[in-house]
Design a protein around this ligand. Structure first.
Ligand SMILES: *[C@@H]1O[C@H](CO)[C@@H](O)[C@H](O)[C@H]1NC(C)=O
Length: 466
């Protein structure tokens, strides 16, 4: 007994000392590398209330650091500061760069396909672009939002790390295009082969999405923070929420949205409705966070709403994600089929019992090889894509409130607290994307020199509004 106590004493002291040293070093590193100069720390500004979760669940992994607003709004971070603040931020870029060099062919039909632009001496100019008359107002807004993001990333590059000269292609359509900067890429490795070069980029809505329920990203994020600060898990609506148009479907997803509405409409665990034509039942994007469960559906490709749902301290329930956006790799799914007692019930369409689709499908096993422990690590729940276990999954989570709350908390702690959607992270990502692209793209001999250059400043006045 005594000997054991003697033995335990020094080792626990050593452990304590080690912890103190590690914490001190981390704090010092954060302080030295990341914080902006003293005077701006003292500037008077509204600092958002710290986010508190009602009752913390047991057995959870260590939380990611909660960065101060001074860091999250600092658009001038260097590459090493970015890496310290946002581990894993640039995985998508690192992966596509690792595929090696490729040639950016010049499209003989100038104005069709992705926009082509040049970075030279840190300045942006446009070489080839779809004419204003050929794009809808929405498309013009999406294209211009992304070009503004790129221009901002160039303007805020640290003097010590100039962004290299390059010529890049940027695809503003939903469907990814290779090689180009695209809003998503297929998760299925059979569709993202070694010869494909999709550089996934932050969604245009990180600049702004000028539609009613969203507006700017900063507006939505701050509305969500306010809601979350005043709404503990236990006070959230215990149902699963979804709104959307049902005609909008990916070919490979079949009748995903119609089936969701048919499965959930009028059920006590669901607040799921197809949007009325007059949009009278639309929800502001922050109001989804008022529910414990948020159902997520992809569309023709990725869904531009995903990042807003990821800011919620709610459990996102989604069929396995088929389109990777720039940070989708941070998602840690628990699979519904692994929850004990959750079984599938086919949708009764009236024409006899329905069939169950394969789940997880073979492509899912390849795209999402790791299933995470819902009690420790998971920050999202994947359900069967025919919704046949949606009800059982919601009921399981309601029977295991600590588990559900932990999944919800880990999601918000990562994407909000960890700052992955912050202006600082976005600028870090964009500079990494342009740098990565410049390392592997080959543009010689394609005739880009023959194209007239329009400086971004001029383009931004002439070609971005309908
Ligand atoms: C909107 O449309 C729905 C369904 O079509 C209808 O029930 C509702 O009364 C309409 N609301 C308004 C304000 O027009």
């Amino acid at each position: 007994m005594g000997a054991m106590a003697m033995k335990r004493g020094p080792s626990s002291h050593a452990r304590l000392l080690r912890q103190v040293v590690v914490i001190s070093v981390v704090c010092l590193a954060l302080y030295c590398f990341l914080l902006v100069p003293e005077h701006s720390l003292n500037a008077s500004r509204t600092v958002p209330e710290p986010f508190h979760y009602a009752g913390s669940s047991s057995g959870s992994q260590q939380s990611p650091p909660r960065h101060p607003p001074e860091l999250l709004n600092n658009r001038f971070l260097t590459t090493s500061q970015c890496a310290v603040a946002f581990p894993g931020l640039t995985k998508e870029i690192d992966d596509v760069v690792a595929k090696g060099p490729f040639t950016l062919p010049r499209n003989p039909h100038t104005g069709l396909g992705p926009l082509v632009a040049r970075v030279r001496d840190g300045k942006l100019s446009i070489l080839s672009y779809a004419r204003r008359v050929d794009l809808s107002k929405d498309m013009l807004q999406h294209r211009s939002a992304t070009l503004h993001q790129i221009a901002a990333a160039l303007l805020t590059a640290p003097v010590s790390e100039p962004v290299p000269d390059t010529i890049f292609a940027f695809n503003h359509e939903d469907d990814p295009h290779s090689p180009s900067f695209s809003y998503s890429r297929p998760a299925d490795p059979a569709l993202d082969t070694p010869s494909k070069h999709f550089f996934t980029i932050p969604h245009f809505s990180f600049w702004a999405w000028a539609i009613g329920p969203i507006g700017s990203f900063s507006r939505a994020a701050s509305a969500i923070s306010t809601l979350e600060a005043h709404l503990p898990w236990t006070a959230k609506d215990p149902r699963a929420v979804w709104r959307g148009t049902t005609w909008f479907n990916a070919a490979r997803a079949g009748r995903l949205r119609q089936d969701l509405v048919a499965t959930a409409r009028g059920r006590p665990w669901a607040d799921v409705e197809a949007l009325h034509g007059n949009r009278s039942n639309a929800l502001a994007i922050e109001d989804f966070c008022g529910y414990r469960y948020v159902v997520h559906t992809e569309g023709v490709t990725y869904s531009g709403r995903f990042q807003y749902h990821q800011l919620c301290g709610s459990v996102v329930l989604t069929p396995p994600i088929a389109w990777m956006q720039h940070l989708t790799h941070l998602v840690k799914p628990a699979f519904s089929h692994a929850l004990d007692g959750v079984t599938r019930t086919p949708l009764d369409t009236g024409a006899g019992s329905g069939d169950l689709v394969p789940y997880p499908a073979p492509w899912v096993r390849e795209a999402w090889p790791t299933a995470y422990d819902p009690r420790r690590d998971a920050n999202i729940v994947f359900v069967a894509p025919d919704w046949s276990d949606l009800e059982a999954t919601v009921e399981w989570l309601e029977r295991h409130p600590k588990v559900a709350e932990g999944i919800a908390r880990r999601q918000r702690e990562l994407f909000d607290g960890g700052g992955y959607f912050s202006p600082a992270a976005e600028m870090c990502y964009w500079r990494a994307a342009i740098r990565g692209w410049s390392q592997v793209v080959r543009t010689d001999g394609q005739g880009f020199e023959d194209l007239e250059e329009i400086p971004w400043e001029e383009f931004s006045l002439k070609e971005i509004h309908k």
